[in-house]
Design a protein around this ligand. Structure first.
Ligand SMILES: C[S@@+](CC[C@H](N)C(=O)[O-])C[C@H]1O[C@@H](n2cnc3c(N)ncnc32)[C@H](O)[C@@H]1O
Length: 284
């Protein structure tokens, strides 16, 4: 493993569920790249981290999603990673340096900013297929307008739009803030409309319970993706480590293959790197 540049926030501290998410992502992206029938697919990560994380409690250092995407047996044509600041960019540059055969572009800036996103689009040839991982640090950072821009970028030679794997932040913050007036604007920005307020009202009037509210909030977001023209929009509630996960997986694609790959990756019980029985060979 590469040496770390430990400077306050690097590597970022994570909890066990994030480690679980990353392990699942490794399996997913490995399976995804195996389905690529040419190597012209670009990998785009909107909320890339600094490359490594440290797990709270175990001090286990693990690679984050960008490094995992670089490790697949079949490679993407290009890796475009958008990081928030220069500190993350420097760390990621350092940690990806050993992958010098891969075409890696690191963009620094706020990924919801039009100009920053445009820098990424400029790197993706119009006819190339592309896959985007959207893993925001909370619902406030994700905007529907960004999803729309990704979709509007164009279609590949097969007529497929950019494939989106969204780690939908249906965590306590969104559920707790649903009834707070000061959070209305950020929730509307997330959905791109005010229909979420109908769900809130049903919950406030006791017409639906918390689980049904969760289900409807995911369903509403999926409806938006279908409205953008995606043929297949799937969601998945990850299995363990927590019974009520902090996020949902949402996949928007014009190809049918994704749903099984998601349930294979996120649906099975697994051991984590800090656990005695963990073995990379366990992977299907
Ligand atoms: C939930 S983490 C995901 C990191 C990485 N995908 C992983 O799996 O470890 C979210 C990351 O988004 C970055 N971030 C936050 N706001 C951002 C923004 N507006 N534009 C780009 N990145 C941002 C944070 O620095 C953080 O590393």
């Amino acid at each position: 493993m590469n040496e770390l540049n430990i400077s306050g926030k690097i590597p970022k501290q994570i909890r066990k569920w994030t480690c679980h998410k990353l392990e699942c992502f490794s399996d997913y992206i490995e399976a995804y790249t195996r389905t690529l029938d040419n190597n012209r697919c670009c990998y785009l990560e909107l909320y890339a981290g600094c490359g490594n994380c440290i797990c709270k409690g175990t001090d286990c250092i693990i690679e984050d999603s960008a490094l995992r995407a670089l490790k697949t047996e079949t490679k993407f044509a290009k890796y475009i990673l958008i990081v928030r600041d220069s500190q993350d960019a420097d760390s990621l540059k350092q940690l990806t340096a050993s992958y010098d055969t891969a075409d890696i572009k690191i963009i620094t800036g706020n990924c919801v900013n039009e100009k920053v996103l445009q820098q990424a689009f400029d790197l993706i040839p119009r006819s190339a297929s592309s896959f985007a991982l959207i893993d925001p640090p909370g619902y406030r950072k994700l905007r529907w307008s960004t999803i729309k821009k990704l979709t509007a970028h164009g279609k590949d030679w097969k007529g497929h739009k950019i494939e989106l794997l969204i780690i939908f932040p249906l965590e306590m913050a969104l559920l707790r803030n649903l009834t707070r007036p000061e959070c209305e604007a950020s929730i509307t920005r997330l959905y791109g409309n005010r229909k979420w307020q109908e769900i809130k009202q049903k919950r406030l009037k006791g017409k639906i319970g918390p689980d049904e509210m969760r289900r409807q909030l995911v369903k509403l977001f999926k409806a938006g993706l279908r409205g953008l023209g995606y043929k297949y929009v799937e969601d998945f509630k990850p299995a363990s480590p927590s019974s009520q996960p902090f996020y949902h997986i949402i996949l928007a694609s014009d190809s049918k293959r994704g749903a099984k790959m998601i349930s294979d990756a996120w649906g099975r019980e697994r051991y984590l790197p800090c656990e005695l029985l963990y073995s990379r060979k366990d992977r299907p």
